[in-house]
Design a protein around this ligand. Sequence first.
Ligand code: BGC
Length: 506
Amino acid sequence: MAPALVIGNGDLPEFEGRITIYVAVCVVIAAFGGLMFGYDIGISGGVTAMDDFLKKFFPAVYERKQHAHENNYCKYDNQYLQLFTSSLYLAALVASFVASKVCSKYGRKPTMQIASVFFLIGVALTAGGVNIEMVIIGRILLGCGVGFANQAVPLFLSELAPTKIRGALNISFQLFITIGILIANLVNYWASNIHPYGWRISLGLAGIPALVLCFGSFAICETPTSLIERNKVEKGRKILRKIRGVDNVDDEFNSIVNACEMARQVKQPFRKLMKPASRPPLVIAILLQVFQQFTGINAIMFYAPVLFQTVGFGNDAALLSSVITGAINVLSTFVSIYLVDKAGRKILLLEACVQMLLTQGIIGGILMKDLKATDSYLSHGEAVFVVTLVCLFVMGFAWSWGPLGWLIPSETFPLETRTAGFAFAVSSNMLFTFIIAQAFLSMLCHMQAGIFFFFAAWIVVMGLFTWFLLPETKGVPVDSMVEKVWKQHWFWSRFMGGDNDEVKVV
Ligand code: BGC
């Protein structure tokens, strides 16, 4: 048996415990929820670029693609094709509010189990699709799975993690998302040459992570916080002992009991969220998600193969380029895991704004100059340069707005409004992901290269917001945010006045 160690961090309370194999297994199984989400993000772009898929469900788009003189930017503009991608996020948006209730009433584990059942049915309908309606209903069920998994998994990970590695563990959710996107890119690259059923393989392989989550979820435990919150106090203590691998868990147990007591006094967390004192974390959680999506990242994650075909690559080269951007996305996430608690959140976000602004601006400039709507192609050198710039853009996103868009909302709400506040973060993410997924191909068609300047303008706005209005939360204990962050802030302190409205921390 490995020796127990005391884990703690600065002025965070020090609780006894070690990282047990059981916790590691639980974390990996739960993270398959993130992998599922990433797989769904990455798979649709490649599938919608496959001719067999287009011929079966979108013959008009297939026809348009065959005409050499057709507008470069409009080849794929089709509301239904976009609906194939975006329907998932609309369903996830609605599902995340239901999931938030299920999560507090029945626990994190059943919420993940429900997610896996949605995933499995969704995979069967999309991979076995015989008409577009069946495929879109399948995407909607996958979306319900994403809504349930994205609500439960990050909370499950944070509640299971020993305090000291909570930040890194939280980012492992994002890491699994990026791994899911990369696997999807690789599968598309391989399956696109299998005719005429390659797209069915791409969509069907999503069944593997769904099965792991489904069967694996029987082996994982409920979190002690969720058990104690639902009055299963002794069971909570037993599980806490099991996951920490030590007998004496009194300090951590008492702190969870206290936190639950405080949270229980707030009968209406959603109402509490509307009070002025909840405004700083709520506004920041929502805006970070809006900004995360308006970086334009998902224009690339969903439509990279389409985008790379637009700048002149053939089918295979376009899919290969998206494999490269996918790999860069995964690797750069490790930079964030390493730097987030050393360099801090703000500097990563600001540096990335500069990097993303420059790359979007240069891509827009090149396309505006050399890729006219008709009868015009980028030279091979220019196309390769554009892919390089896309890689630099993805790199910047992956060590900043990607993981921090999820991390900051999970560490700034007090316990009593944490699940409700996080539901707003998840649903804002889904809403704006939906908007980008639904609108991007039409925007590309109408705005042409200007779309890159549109995203660049948003990056300026989010940079200014980060500089002036986002406080640094590095090293601040989650339960000291009010005193140490909001009350000290030049702008947000004005919301912290009224006694009744004050966010009381636990
Ligand atoms: C975002 C996704 C995005 C992914 C890219 C996530 O944080 O929420 O919308 O596709 O990062 O890695």
